[in-house]
Design a protein around this ligand. Structure first.
Ligand SMILES: C[S@@+](CC[C@H](N)C(=O)[O-])C[C@H]1O[C@@H](n2cnc3c(N)ncnc32)[C@H](O)[C@@H]1O
Ligand code: SF4
Ligand code: SF4
Length: 322
């Protein structure tokens, strides 16, 4: 849990591919991204959307899997973000410095129609980097072909295992289907002679899969652009943020996400990052009551930035992301 994030095949190759395929605006975006705290921005560089508050898996390390419905931070409410609200948020942020849109919360392939609409709208508005993070259970051949025709720039597939046994312990059923789906996607991308979207596979390291880490890296390192081994955030045993022993953990506040992004979840709530550790403490407002740019410049966002600066934000200490 305290081990820092390790990326075995880092993104630099993938970022080079993106820069050469997308061109100067991508390079400008990454410079801004890497210096976000020092560059004045008239809005988020990235918006992450949750289209549906639910998932077709219940992974043991994910709050969707381990939190009960009565929990303060409960998920899986089936709230849906409307396509109009998603488009409106993109339109508002596109007036500022929006470069990237992510579909990385819940399971985006449960809402394919809305996802395809979001990808195409973002591209029309000049967004240069469009990311999908998925468990790939629903990445069937039709979906792969649709995504390969789209403006999607990055496909992130979460796998966490090299065997059906370990996969079922962590994620549930479907290991073979996920591998088949991803292999088809990679084969079609090659047949179409396309470099985008680049593909990243990920492995959230935990007790159940640690013995497969080396195999996971070896298995994927020559097939995809990035293999990411990730630290588990807030384990199921430590899910109660209020009771969490912050003092026992090193404070790490080297986080610049509130200078880079906003997250919009399915009920319209806005957050300054995509962590799931006690998000309720970080809520900036709701899209029904505020515009994206108002939230970006508002008092709540400033309070999060101040809290990061003076290390007073309990939730950030728990997050341990940075
Ligand atoms: C919350 S999921 C949403 C997208 C999609 N359902 C998926 O699994 O890829 C986004 C990413 O968070 C990762 N994740 C889930 N629980 C985590 C935890 N406790 N710590 C770190 N990453 C986690 C998943 O493995 C996945 O790569
Ligand atoms: S598939 Fe993704 S969102 Fe669903 S439970 Fe697993 S990590 Fe969480
Ligand atoms: S919870 Fe705090 S430290 Fe974690 S990503 Fe969000 S703002 Fe950054």
């Amino acid at each position: 849990m305290s081990e820092s994030k390790t990326v075995f095949k880092d993104y630099s190759n993938g970022l080079d591919i993106l820069a050469s395929e997308i061109g100067p605006k991508f390079v400008e975006y990454r410079k801004h991204w890497d210096n976000a705290k020092n560059i004045e921005s008239s809005g988020p560089l990235q918006i992450d959307f949750e289209l549906l508050d639910n998932c077709n898996q219940r992974c043991i390390m994910c709050p969707r899997g381990y939190l009960s419905d009565s929990d303060e931070y409960s998920l899986n409410t089936n709230a849906r973000l409307s396509v109009d609200d998603m488009k409106s948020a993109i339109d508002q942020a596109a007036e500022g410095n929006l470069y990237c849109v992510g579909f990385s919360i819940g399971e985006p392939l449960l809402t394919k129609k809305e996802l395809y609409a979001g990808i195409s709208h973002a591209a029309q508005k000049g967004v240069v980097d469009i990311i999908l993070t998925t468990n790939a259970l629903l990445l069937d051949e039709e979906c792969s072909n649709r995504l390969l025709e789209s403006e999607l720039t990055r496909l992130h597939v979460s796998i966490d295992a090299t065997t059906p046994q370990t996969y079922s312990q962590i994620r549930g059923k479907g290991f073979e289907r996920v591998i088949k789906n991803l292999n088809y996607f990679l084969k079609r991308r090659e047949e179409l002679n396309k470099r985008l979207p680049i593909v990243r596979v990920s492995f959230v390291e935990q007790e159940q899969n640690r013995h497969e880490k080396a195999d996971f890296i070896n298995q994927w390192v020559n097939k995809v652009e990035s293999v990411s081994v990730q630290t588990m955030l807030l384990s199921p045993e430590n899910k109660d943020i209020a009771a969490y022993d912050i003092e026992a953990h090193e404070k790490k506040f080297d986080c610049d996400y509130p200078w880079k992004m906003v997250e919009i979840v399915a009920n319209g709530d806005l957050y300054p990052c995509c962590t799931f550790c006690g998000l309720n403490h970080l809520k900036l407002g709701n899209i029904k009551d505020t515009t994206i740019l108002e939230a970006w410049e508002g008092k709540k966002m400033q309070a999060v930035k101040d809290g990061l600066a003076d290390e007073s934000l309990r939730v950030c200490s728990v997050c341990q992301r940075f």
